[in-house]
Design a protein around this ligand. Structure first.
Ligand SMILES: Cc1ncc(COP(=O)(O)O)c(C=O)c1O
Length: 483
């Protein structure tokens, strides 16, 4: 480790040529899934023997030949096992995006939930309608109003986290091979949902001010020239997961204008919007275009991820389709969770609680940024989030964050390699660092360990040269607990 203090460079996530990962693979079928990503038994017999083997199945999975085409895109990454190890207490995990729910007044919440069952158990423990509890939808409209969104409860559907909204939206809009535009990098859970429906994700470059309008325009133009229809743009405008950046207010009208002109629907995924450290919430995209923007929200980061309550606010026809899709998926969303959230919003000082969360995360962000500044080797650069949970870090040239992860875990620190956030599995020169869960002193210790691992990698690189770029061609879903 070099002890000198370095100037932090502002990280500018690269402009990338649009990548076509998930659905190109899917269109080509299972044969396009790289060997490393396939189940071991599937790689064994070639040609006809393999077909017979698939029809019969195998000892490991007797059903292997029966899966639908889209199930071939659902592969666990090799790093999933490492994340199980990373959950051990001796490891500082900067990997997961789990909120620090311990900061909630758990005794008060416990009493509130007990009282809910006593007073309204016959409703809370019963089925409800697929669009969600009307009282909760009213509260959701009040929350969206903080970001300038004017919505009626009938515009809203409650979902099982915003993750389910992503799934339902992809289900109703996307056929195999359809194009979805998404920032480069993009939220791993969204990429997983898009891959499950065999979408063709085309990444659009972003920088420290979020999605770049010119890059969006150019990408849309190229796709139009190639005769490709775009189903929607997926964007996380505030405190981006994983990039940590926020779409500048000056860019927002321009993004909307480009999408309106090209007839591209926008999905605005906003779980972190109320978690800004230095300013009031920014105006949502949907506030200025309620026909062309579907807004996704969540109580996971502002209350508790375990209640699994999120929502979508959508134009009436889309909202109706979402309700039908939700009915076929889950009949209705858990009444119990919905009423618990409604009760929390009605009886508890939730705005104060969000302030508590913001202060806590700000302190952790500061601990991470100051440690990075003090300890990271030359050639690293990183983003400086003004809210949310994540720092996006570029490692020195020639280092591969996926190859380095086992060494990091051996040194008792974990992060998420950048490969999880690109549909084509590129991004090995980046990592996502989350500061939401560990306390500041653990964050500082984690960064100290990470710096040590990187110094050792740099020494190896300088001695033996770099091992080349990583190409796993897959949505690298690290697994549960890594939202
Ligand atoms: C950008 C983004 N969208 C959606 C989700 C899913 O959140 P939920 O817990 O509401 O399903 C997450 C979770 O981390 C996220 O970061």
């Amino acid at each position: 480790m070099s002890g000198t203090r370095r100037q932090p460079e502002r990280s500018t996530p690269q402009r990338r040529t649009p990548a076509r990962g998930a659905s190109r693979r899917a269109a080509a079928g299972a044969a396009a899934v790289p060997e490393a990503a396939r189940p071991a038994d599937e790689t064994a017999p070639p040609g006809n023997a393999r077909q017979a083997h698939q029809q019969r199945g195998s000892r490991l999975d007797p059903h292997v030949g029966r899966y639908a085409e889209r199930a071939h895109g659902m592969v666990a990454s090799e790093i999933r096992a490492l994340f199980a190890v990373a959950a051990r207490p001796e490891i500082v995990s900067l990997a997961g995006g789990s909120p620090y729910v311990t900061a909630l007044p758990l005794d008060v919440v416990g009493d509130m939930i007990g009282q809910l069952v006593t007073d309204r158990g016959s409703t809370a423990l019963q089925y409800c309608t697929a669009d969600g509890d009307p009282g909760l939808r009213e509260k959701i409209c009040e929350i969206m109003a903080l970001e300038g969104v004017r919505a009626h409860p009938d515009d809203v559907i409650v979902t099982v986290g915003s993750q389910q909204a992503l799934d339902l939206l992809t289900r109703i809009f996307v056929d195999p091979g359809d194009v979805i535009l998404a920032e480069a990098p993009s939220y791993v859970g969204a990429l997983g949902a898009f891959a499950a429906y065999q979408a063709d994700v085309v990444h659009v470059a972003m920088d420290d001010d979020g999605l770049i309008p010119e890059a969006l325009e150019e990408t849309i133009g190229k796709l139009a020239a190639a005769g490709r229809a775009i189903k929607f743009l997926y964007t996380v405008p505030n405190f981006h997961n994983p990039a940590g950046v926020t779409l500048a207010s000056s860019r927002r009208p321009r993004i909307l204008e480009i999408c309106q002109r090209a007839g591209v629907l926008v999905i605005e995924d906003n779980p972190y919007g109320l978690l800004g450290f230095d300013r009031e919430p920014m105006r949502a995209l949907r506030a200025d275009d309620c026909d062309g923007v579907i807004y996704l929200g969540s109580f996971s980061k502002t209350f508790a991820s375990g209640v699994r309550v999120g929502w979508a606010a959508a134009p009436p026809a889309v909202r109706d389709k979402l309700v039908l899709a939700a009915e076929s998926a889950v009949l209705c969303h858990p009444s119990f969770s919905q009423l618990a959230v409604r009760e929390y919003l009605s009886t508890q000082p939730w705005r104060e609680q969000i302030k508590t969360f913001r202060e806590l995360y700000r302190e952790r962000r500061d601990a991470m940024l100051s440690s990075l500044e003090a300890l990271m080797p030359p050639g690293c650069r990183w983003t400086r989030p003004a809210g949310g949970f994540y720092v996006w870090l570029k490692v020195p040239d020639g280092l591969d964050t996926k190859a380095m992860l086992p060494r990091a875990v051996s040194s008792r620190v974990a992060y998420v390699p950048g490969t999880g956030f690109y549909a084509d599995g590129s991004g090995a020169e980046y990592m996502r660092l989350a500061y939401c869960l560990p306390p500041p002193d653990r964050i500082r210790e984690g960064i100290r360990r990470l710096a040590g691992v990187m110094e050792a990698e740099i020494e190896l690189r300088d001695t033996f040269g770099s091992g080349g770029t990583h190409d796993n061609m897959g949505v690298d879903t690290p697994g549960p607990g890594t939202p």
